[in-house]
Design a protein around this ligand. Structure first.
Ligand code: 5AD
Length: 434
């Protein structure tokens, strides 16, 4: 989501005549788009901003701004850590960034010294984002379909930084996807904090299908768009109608990232996640049943307050039972202003670390096993870019979201091919074009 927001801000700046440079060392303005989900992300951003502000003398250094969730979360308090910071822009004010940058550049002497823009503008036009930069020529694109989150997971800062749910209309999203397809984009990833709850309480169900399913069906009909993905869904809105889409919607890719957070009902309750371990396992099983090629990934938090060894064992066994092929495993991080901060029995750092390691090695084992099963098989890939390493190597993704490295020409980026897999690591497949 941050990548998508950054693209949008960059586009708005370009519209105003600014130029995006490839190296921050030659930039006149550096804007950091930030995340608040874990403390580590905030510390990293503060460290980076501090470095930029100190790296050159006061008159020649770039204008430095912090945008996004940390800006929204901390506001002017950021000056305690970064007294020379020029600009603080919250999540509701991205669209005004060019105006703020203009006035910082035009400042006479020291006036205006700093700009802090973090008030809410809920429901304003600022949410509508369908002006993608036509100069970006990736074969894939992110499309934000909603903003905000109405859930109240007790660990999570997002409802505070991103506000209440606001939905775009189906027509506006479909229109954006159609424009993208016309520009040659083959794959879209629909984005939302709770993406499958899109339209709840605001748009109607039709033939018992949720607005999200209606949206998927409409996007599927767009000519030239080969693949649809979405992230991140929530188990509470993963009904039969959505599960069935993996049978009925050809462009919907057989890959689901479905955050589980914990496999213990007691911890899920403390997290204020309104589903049970059983319900989660049932969704995962049905998804694998509907399409045997399905690949599943998840988010897990280890060391949530009061998580006992027994609770952790339940997470571990659910992780094995679903047989996740990919996962993001997080150590619980206290976020000021969230309910969990005041819960009892916080878990010591070493225990979190140890549980993290246990799940990471389980993940490595499971993903290697799954990738090894692909050796000798054929997959359709969409070629996304040059591979990070290796001359003449390109990187594409299978529908089930596995990276495949193969030998090819740069002009193949954006095309789709069948490849045969010859070897594998836990994270990557290697193959040949056939
Ligand atoms: N501590 C650790 N992980 C967190 N996440 C959200 N809040 C926290 C927190 N306070 C994780 C969840 C979520 C992912 C985006 O970040 O697993 O799904």
């Amino acid at each position: 989501m941050n990548e998508r927001d950054s693209e949008d801000v960059a586009y708005k700046l370009k519209e105003k005549g600014y130029e995006i440079v490839s190296d921050e060392k030659i930039a006149d303005v550096v804007l950091l788009n930030t995340c608040s989900v874990r403390e580590q992300a905030e510390l990293k951003a503060i460290g980076k901003a501090g470095h930029l502000l100190r790296s050159q003398n006061k008159n020649t250094r770039p204008i430095v701004g912090v945008m996004g969730c940390m800006a929204q979360n901390r506001g002017a308090d950021l000056f305690d850590h970064l007294p020379d910071l020029d600009l603080v822009v919250g999540t509701q004010k991205f669209h005004r960034v060019p105006q703020y940058v203009d006035s910082l550049i035009d400042r006479v002497g020291d006036i205006p010294k700093r700009i802090v823009a973090i008030e809410d503008e809920e429901g304003s036009e600022s949410e509508i984002k369908d002006h993608l930069d036509t100069e970006i020529d990736n074969p894939t694109a992110f499309v934000s379909i909603m903003q905000g989150c109405n859930m109240n997971c007790s660990f999570c800062i997002v409802p505070k930084t991103r506000g209440k749910e606001r939905y775009r209309t189906i027509e506006s999203i479909v229109e954006e996807c159609r424009e993208l397809a016309d520009r040659g984009i083959r794959e879209v990833t629909l984005l939302g904090q709770i993406v499958n709850a899109y339209g709840r309480g605001s748009l109607r169900k039709i033939n018992n299908k949720t607005p999200f399913v209606q949206l998927l069906e409409s996007i599927d009909k767009i000519d030239g768009l080969e693949r649809i993905r979405f992230t991140s869904p929530h188990p509470i809105s993963f009904g039969e109608d959505l599960i069935n889409c993996y049978k009925t919607i050809p462009s919907l890719c057989e890959y689901v990232h479905l955050p589980m957070q914990s496999g213990s009902d007691r911890i899920l309750k403390l997290m204020n996640r309104p589903y049970s371990r059983q319900r989660y396992l049932e969704i995962a099983m049905k998804l694998r049943e509907v399409n045997p090629k399905m690949r599943l990934s998840t988010d897990i938090i280890v060391g949530f307050p009061d998580e006992t060894e027994n609770d952790f064992e339940l997470t571990k066994s659910a992780f094995e039972e679903v047989n996740f092929e990919m996962a993001f495993i997080f150590k619980y991080s206290e976020r000021k202003g969230t309910p969990a901060v005041s819960f009892n029995n916080h878990v010591p750092r070493e225990v979190k670390e140890q549980r993290n390691q246990v799940l990471l090695s389980l993940l490595e084992k499971q993903s290697l096993k799954s990738n090894n099963l692909s050796i000798g098989k054929r997959f359709q890939i969409l070629v996304e870019s040059k591979a990070k390493r290796g001359v003449g190597k390109l990187m594409g993704r299978t529908r089930c979201n596995r990276k495949v490295i193969y030998d090819g020409e740069n002009c193949e980026i954006g095309q789709m091919f069948n490849v045969q897999i010859s070897s594998a690591t836990p994270t990557t497949l290697f193959g040949e074009k056939i």
